[in-house]
Design a protein around this ligand. Sequence first.
Ligand code: SIN
Length: 479
Amino acid sequence: MHTACFIDGAFVPARDGRTFAVRNPATDAIVAQVAEGGAGDARAAVDAAARAFPAWKSLAAIERARHLRRIAELMHRDAERLADLCSQECGKPLAEARTEVSYAASFLEWYAEEGKRVYGETIPASDPAKRLLVLRRPCGVAAAITPWNFPIAMVTRKMGPALAAGCTQVVKPAEQTPLSALAIAALAGEAGLPAGVLNVVPGTDAPAIASAFLDTLHVRHVSFTGSTEVGRILLRQSAEQVVRMSLELGGHAPFIVFDDADLDAAVAGAMASKFRNAGQTCVCANRFLVQRGVHDAFVDRLTAAVAALKVGDGRAAGTQIGPLIDDAGLRKAEAHVADARALGARATTGGARAAVAGCADRFMQPTVLVGVTPAMRCFREETFGPVAPVCAFDHEADALRIANDTPYGLAAYVFTRDGARIVRMTEELQYGIVGVNDALPATAQAPFGGVKHSGLGREGGRQGIEEYLDLRYVSWRVG
Ligand code: SIN
C-alpha cells in the first residue's frame, strides 16, 4: 500500500514528515497512516508537473494513448486489490467497488482514443495571401481535487482527458480516501508514465493545498468534484490567476414516475439510483415524484425492495448498503428523516440507525418516506444518504414545476412510455443530465455535468477533453 506523496515520479514523505490516519468508516479501524501533504508539497508537485509539461505535450498523441491504455490494463490486472482498498477507505460494498474499478479504467481507455482526435481547423481567409489556422493546444498543468465517494473513478475521470490532451496533472484526493489515488499513481509509475506527468498530494488541509495549486500561473485548469459551497470558494480563488474551472457540485435529482411507466423498470431504477453507495452520489435520486395513479403500487414495490437490502461492512459478503462516510453524514440523513416525520411524513421501511455487529455506529437503515411535501428538508436539500422521500403529483406540469424548483441542476430521471412527454420533459427539465427510463446514465462516452448551482463544464465524452485545450488562432501571411 502506498502512503506517501507522489511527486516527480517518486513516493516521498511530506516535507515536514507528518502523517494522518485514514480510517475505514465501517469499523473505524486505521487502514493506513498517510503523508500529510501541505502547501510546500503542493508547490513541489506543481513545479514537477510544470517541468514535465513541455516533453509530455510534445509526445505524439498515440504515445500518450499507449501510456493511458497501459495504466488501464494494470488497473484491470489489480482490480480486486483496488476494489478492496476502495471499499476499505470509503465503505462501499465490494461489488460496487469492483464496478468502480472498471468504470474508472474506462475513462483512461476512452480518452486514450479521444486524444488522437484533437483536430484543428482552417478558415477561408478574405485576404488570399493569408492562411488562417486554429490549433488546439494543451493548456498547461491541470489540478484535480477529487471527492471520497468515488475514490478511483473521480481521479481517472479528470486524469484521462487531462493527460490525453497533453496536460500534466496534480491531484489532491479527498482526505478520507487518498489511498486509491496513490494506488493509481503507483500503477502510472509501473506503466512508465514519465516523472512529473501525474502527481498526488494527500493531506487534510485542503484549503492550503488548493490555494497552492491556485497561486501559480502554471496551473491553467482546476477540476473539482464536491460541494457547491467549496466550489464557490474555489471559483472566487480562481479569479486571481484567471484559471479555467470545471466544477461538478451538489445535486438534488428528481426521479419522476408517470402513470404510464413500466413500474418494474422504475422500481429497479429507483433502487440503482438511490441506493448506490448508500445514497452518497451526486447524481442519486434525492426525491421521488410519483403520479397519483401508480403512487401506492410504486411505494409498495419500492418498500419491499428496500426492506430486503442487506446493510453491513462493505467488505462482508452480500453487503448492499455500507456505512455513511462519517458521523456528520449519518446525522444529516437522520435529521432529514426526523424533520420529515415532524412535518407529517411516514417511513414505510427503515427510518433509524442500523446496528451492525462489530462495526461503528455509522449505518442508516435504508428508508422510504411517504407523505413528503416540498416543505420538508429532504425535499429541498441533498440528503447524501439511503433515504428515499416520495411525493405524489397529479399533472405533468406539477412534476415539472416541482422538479425545477431548486437552484441545483445536475441529474433528473423520468420514467414514462409516452414519447411526446419524453420530448417535453427532456427539453424543459433544467438539468445537465436526464435519464429517460435509465437510472444510471453516467458513462465515459458522454458529457457529465450540471447547470445552475450544480456546476460548470463537463467531464466525459468528447466535450470532456475540450476543458483542457486552449484554442490558438494562427494568421499566416504566406506571400
Ligand atoms: C458523482 O457522484 O459525482 C459521480 C457519479 C457517477 O459518476 O456515476
